[in-house]
Structure formats: C-alpha cells, structure tokens
Design a protein around this ligand. Structure first.
Ligand SMILES: [Zn+2]
Length: 465
C-alpha cells in the first residue's frame, strides 16, 4: 500500500491513483498537517528508511530521540531536517538514488545537521535574512538605474556609481557572512555524516556521488530546479573537500549488500509504479526486464491502470518467488479491495499483517476489508484489529474512519461518533470534529473514558497557523 495523503486545499493531479479512504489518512496532528508538506505513507518504504537511518542515529547518539522518517510527496530531490525530530525525504530522492549507499549518505548528512544542532529556526532566519537582503538589493538596483539615468543626463557618472556602492556594500557583506555561515554548517554536516558512516562501517562514496552529481548538474540546471540545491549550496570546493576526507575512509570501496540493494530496487519500483505515469513505468521497466523489481512495478501498474485479473496473476507469480514477502500479499489485498472485492481481499491482508509483524497501516487495510465485506461475523474482529492499529498510529485518520464504521455495524453509536470525531480532528476539520464529539458526549455516561476523550475534542483549540 502506498498512500498519498493529500492535505486539505492541496489537491494532487495524482489523486485518481488513490483510494478515497487513503486521502483521509493524515499522519500528522491537524495543527502541523495544515502547514506541513503532503506526505506519503507506505510500510515497506518506511521500514527500509528506518533500517537505513537507525545505525546512523545510533552512531550520532540520537537513538533515544525517537527521530521519525517522513516521506514527502514530491518528485524532486530533497531531504531536510525540519523540527529537530523528523527527517523528511522526498520520494524523488529515493527514486533518484541508485544504491542504498547513496541515500544513506544523504541521510547521514542530514543526521549531521541534527546532531550538530543546526536548528531549523536558525536556518529559517538565515533564509529570511537572505530574502530580505535580495529585496533590498533589488530596490538598490532600482535606485541605481534611476540614478544612472539622471546622472547620464547630468553628466555625473561618478556620483551615481558612488551611490550604488554605498547601497550594495553592506548588503554584500551580510550576504557573504550568511553564506559562509551556511557553508560552514554544510561542511560540518558532511564531516559528521562521514564520521557516522565510518562508525557504522559504511562507505561515504554514495554521499560523495550524490553531491558531486549536484555540482555538475548545477552548472546546467535552471534556477530553482531542485530544492536540495537551494537548501544545500554545493560549491565545487565543498565537494572537493568531501572527496578529500571521504576517500580516506577504510570503507570507501565497500559495496552495498546485494539483498539490501534488491530491497532498495523493489521500493524504487513500487514508488515509480504508484507515482509515475504507466508509460514512464514501462519505459523504466520494459517487458524484456524479468527482474523482481521490474515485475513488481508492472504488477502494481497493472492493478492501478489495467485489469485486476492480470494484476493478480502477476502478483501471485511474485508470491511464488518470495512466499514470505508481506508486501506482495498487501498489494494483492489492496488490488482486490480497490477492485470492489473486500471479502476476497481478507485472506491476503491477514497474511500480510502476520508476515509484517502487525504493521498498523496494513492492519487498517485489513480492517477496511473486514468492514467492507458486509459480513457481521467480522465486526468484532475489525474493531479489535483497528483499535490495535490506531493505538500505534494515533495520527492516522483512516484507522479511525474504519473504526467508526465497524462500531456503527455493531450498533455502538457512542464509540462510532467518537471515532468519527477523532478522524475529523486528524483531518483538520475541527468544526465537524466538535459536532460529532458533542453528540458522542450525550451517548456516553458522564466521566467514562469515552466521554473524557470526546470532551477533550470538544475543548480542543483550533489549529493555529
Ligand atoms: Zn545540508
């Protein structure tokens, strides 16, 4: 399951690929969601990124900080640290990283920013200062233009030039100071990143390759092409310095484990299949390519854009090769669920839950299939599974929506209203959340846990912007 969470007001051209339920799944509290980036949720991808990051965070002494990985729904290359506890990675950065080592290098660099306490606030201030300064420079340039017109008629070029220097001088000094400060932070993050890679016996070559690619591309790239270049200026000296100290690593030539490379390629294939147009998917993964990633990409693309029967045949062939891969059963279940066959999706999703060690996002999908099957015998099971899922993913609106439906089936309208209120709250729809929670309060006995939860939602302040 690869879910695109389209935030309110931020419609995506790719919405058609997504289940209606998926759109409702918001991973962040409403207050952050409203201003946060659109996010992708996928157990397989998140699990891989966590495995990439965990040893790096441990080497950086940050393993206790509960740093989260967030996949941003953007096809451009970017990775950044925003609030000191989350590492954001564009799906484009994963797609564009040919090896695990390349993206791990970028994650190590970002961890360097985290470990160095390069606070986002400070970086924002720098960015603001730079914007202010650019505006000031533009205004200055305007003044100069006017000045030179006047002066040419007056025949007084010298004075106009002196005026220009007086305006541009201090700005230039501020600009250089900020730039050198930012460069220092980048170099520190490079050095810290290489240190973490060495401590975990990994090669810094991927980091170097990625940054090197940006320096060479920046020569040709149009302004503003890739956000990573804007947040991470890559002057040639920085990359040369990186090469200098990185290449002395004893692990410089160490290659990625082939099993990890395969998982990386499977995730890239999945992202391509979900996020790119079928023509692009088939160009990347033509029929002549018989590798597992290519077959995975084509199977997903077939279920999204082609016919269900052919997709299922392709997925079953993948299951034959890797009968213990939870994500093949997950995609089989999702294809059936979205193909309008929730009852048939249940066995595959049960298997996916079991093999994934009860991944909450997959449990939510199973809950959705159980509720959607219209079989009352499944209702208690759905409630149990969905309650367990939302306990571990308390910010996912999808889980609460399904839970509300399951309670509705049972005739437990107090719990159904409460779960609906929680879903609305997570979507950022505070008005609906308050209305539903108010109604829920009338259905619970005063002071019971359900009443208290509903009361919390009624009393919750609307998200600040
Ligand atoms: Zn950086």
């Amino acid at each position: 399951m690869l879910l695109q969470i389209v935030l309110r007001k931020k419609a995506s051209a790719l919405t058609a690929l997504v289940t209606a339920a998926a759109i409702a799944l918001l991973p962040m509290p409403a207050a952050q969601a409203q201003k946060g980036p659109p996010v992708l949720r996928d157990t397989e991808t998140e699990q891989l990124l966590r495995e990439y990051t965990r040893p790096i965070l441990r080497a950086a002494g940050l393993e206790k900080q509960n740093i989260q990985m967030v996949i941003v729904n953007e096809g451009s290359f970017n990775a950044f640290v925003a609030d000191g506890r989350r590492i954001f990675v564009n799906y484009g950065a994963i797609l564009q990283s040919e090896t695990p080592n390349q993206i791990i290098g970028v994650l190590a660099h970002e961890t360097g920013h985290l470990a160095g306490g390069h606070l986002s606030k400070l970086r924002e201030q720098l960015a603001n200062a730079q914007t202010q300064m650019i505006i000031a420079m533009l205004l200055g340039a305007g003044a100069i233009a006017v000045g030179s017109t006047r002066s040419s008629s007056a025949g007084n070029n010298g004075l106009a030039n002196a005026g220009a220097a007086a305006i541009a001088g201090p700005q230039e000094m501020i600009r250089r100071t900020l730039l050198s400060y930012q460069r220092q932070q980048e170099e520190n993050a490079d050095r810290a990143g290489v240190k973490f890679l060495t401590a975990t016996q990994q090669s810094p070559k991927g980091m170097y390759e990625t940054f090197k690619r940006f320096t060479s591309e920046s020569l040709f790239a149009a302004r503003g092409a890739d956000p990573y270049l804007q947040s991470h200026p890559m002057p040639a000296e920085r990359v040369a310095a990186l090469q200098e100290f990185a290449s002395s690593s004893p692990y410089w030539d160490k290659k990625d484990d082939p099993a990890l490379q395969l998982r990386h390629d499977m995730v890239r294939a999945k992202i391509s299949a979900f996020m790119e147009r079928p023509e692009t998917v088939y160009r990347r993964y033509p029929q002549t390519n018989d590798s597992m990633p290519a077959r995975y990409a084509r199977a997903i693309s077939t279920y999204l854009h082609g016919d269900l029967r052919s997709a299922l045949a392709q997925i079953d062939a993948l299951i034959q090769v890797q009968p213990n891969n939870p994500y093949f059963y997950e995609v089989r279940g999702q294809a059936l669920l979205e193909g309008g066959k929730p009852a048939e999706a249940i066995p595959a999703l049960r298997k996916a839950v079991q093999l994934s060690n009860s991944a909450p996002l997959i449990e939510m999908l199973l809950g959705q299939a159980l509720v959607g099957s219209d079989n009352k015998a499944y209702t208690d099971d759905a409630v149990r599974i969905l309650r367990a899922a939302v306990a571990r993913e308390p910010e996912a609106a999808l889980g609460y929506m399904q839970l509300a439906m399951a309670y509705g089936r049972k005739g437990d309208y107090a719990e159904a209203d409460l779960a609906s209120a929680q879903a609305a709250y997570l979507r950022g729809d505070n008005k609906t959340a308050r209305e539903l929670a108010t109604r829920a309060k009338t259905r619970f006995a005063v002071g019971t846990p359900g009443w208290v939860k509903a009361d919390d939602i009624v009393a919750a302040k609307p998200p600040r912007n």
